[in-house]
Design a protein. Structure first.
Length: 385
């Protein structure tokens, strides 16, 4: 009765069951896996956001496949403040980066065509690939005084059915930014084979590596789709405003935009009120990011201070994003350790295998957890490891 693409195992995993049981118990949870900024104590400019959502022009309908011009100008201006030039004609608005991925997969891939994804990385790609009948192949990141793309392994993974390479910049959860030399080699590999680069930059602005990091958004040497949105930039995931930007050789870019416009026109999923509010919602990024960067730096400093007092657990280098990866003694499965922390110590963390880390001994912590909870959670975690 149902499509085989949805033949997922829908049973909750052991950690999810333990989390549901803990929440039902009413005990205070120290959530070191927090990902929802609206629940982490940040202050938003409520009057400005509410005013932006009350535009009377919202009552008029003017369908624009790429998105309303004023909203695309606001995105273009966001990039201009970073020193990047993006024309409004190269932008397509979507309700989420997930929808942007789906548009790109539909553009590039016939059923069972392939897209390369990094590992470790977050598990969303598997479901997006399934619902679009795309096959994922994985290429590794490796750790050697920081994270790097194994470009040789990536190149070896390419087959005649490979249509795109996803680069998460910075990677979630490793926090690795794609380096200039890596971008140059990616352009060589993908440009020569007419393979697209798909650059996920939702965490781009949250650099812990000493200043802003360059974007893929103007990449001229291979067909490139750059994805982002206000879910992270402004801490407003509920507003459902994202985009994809197209760059690369002019002929490829022009044909990609023409085809994407028809895909977008088929769905017209963006709501008018959100698009009209886009300039104000993007402006929320400045005060939100100031608060969040302060939180990231404080939690990272506190984490390092606690780690310095013991010798069992180490933090891997992080360059950006909202997460930290810990390397702990692999004396038991990561999921067993996470369940023990939850059930006996009221601390919730993500085990490394959720992100395809190579083996046990990895834990992923959110750095946006409120500072007091984060510090106490880390203390309890280190008492167990």
């Amino acid at each position: 009765m149902f499509a085989s693409r949805t033949n997922w195992n829908l049973k909750a995993n052991r950690l999810a069951e333990a989390l549901a049981s803990h929440r039902a118990s009413g005990r205070k949870l120290l959530d070191l896996a927090a990902s929802n900024p609206t629940e982490c104590g940040f202050k938003y400019e409520t009057p400005a956001i509410v005013r932006a959502l009350c535009n009377p022009l919202s009552l008029r309908y003017h369908p624009e496949p790429r998105g309303i011009e004023s909203a695309r100008r606001a995105v273009s201006q966001y990039y201009a403040t970073r020193g990047d030039q993006v024309g409004t004609g190269d932008l397509f608005l979507t309700v989420s980066t997930s929808e942007a991925y789906s548009h790109i997969f539909r553009l590039l891939c016939d059923p069972r065509d392939e897209v390369l994804v990094p590992t470790p990385s977050y598990p969303l790609f598997d479901f997006l690939a399934d619902v679009n009948d795309v096959k994922l192949l994985r290429y590794p990141l490796f750790y050697d005084h920081g994270w790097h793309i194994d470009l040789h392994a990536m190149e070896q993974a390419i087959t005649p059915r490979t249509r795109g390479v996803i680069v998460v910049h910075p990677n979630n959860p490793t926090g690795h930014y794609t380096k200039v030399a890596e971008i140059a080699r990616l352009n060589q590999i993908c440009g020569a084979r007419k393979i697209a680069i798909i650059a996920d930059e939702v965490f781009l602005d949250f650099s812990l590596a000493g200043g802003p990091q360059p974007s893929f958004v103007g990449n001229p040497d291979a067909l490139t789709f750059t994805l982002s949105g206000i879910s992270k930039i402004s801490g407003l995931p509920q507003m459902k405003f994202a985009w994809l930007a197209v760059s690369g050789p002019q002929d490829s870019k022009r044909e990609a935009c023409e085809r994407l416009e028809l895909i977008a026109d088929t769905f017209l999923s963006m709501s008018t009120p959100i698009q009209l509010a886009a300039p104000a919602l993007l402006q929320q990024g400045v005060p939100f990011q100031q608060q969040l960067m302060k939180r990231l730096e404080a939690n990272l400093s506190g984490l390092d201070s606690q780690l310095a007092t013991q010798g069992q657990v180490a933090r891997l280098e992080i360059e950006g994003g909202w997460y930290a990866v810990l390397r702990a003694p692999a004396t038991r499965a990561d999921e067993d350790l996470a369940i023990d922390l939850l059930e006996k110590h009221d601390v919730y963390v993500h085990p490394g295998h959720f992100y395809d880390f190579p083996g046990d001994g990895y834990l992923v912590l959110s750095l946006i957890t409120p500072e007091r909870d984060f510090a106490e959670g880390v203390r309890r975690l280190l008492s167990v490891c």
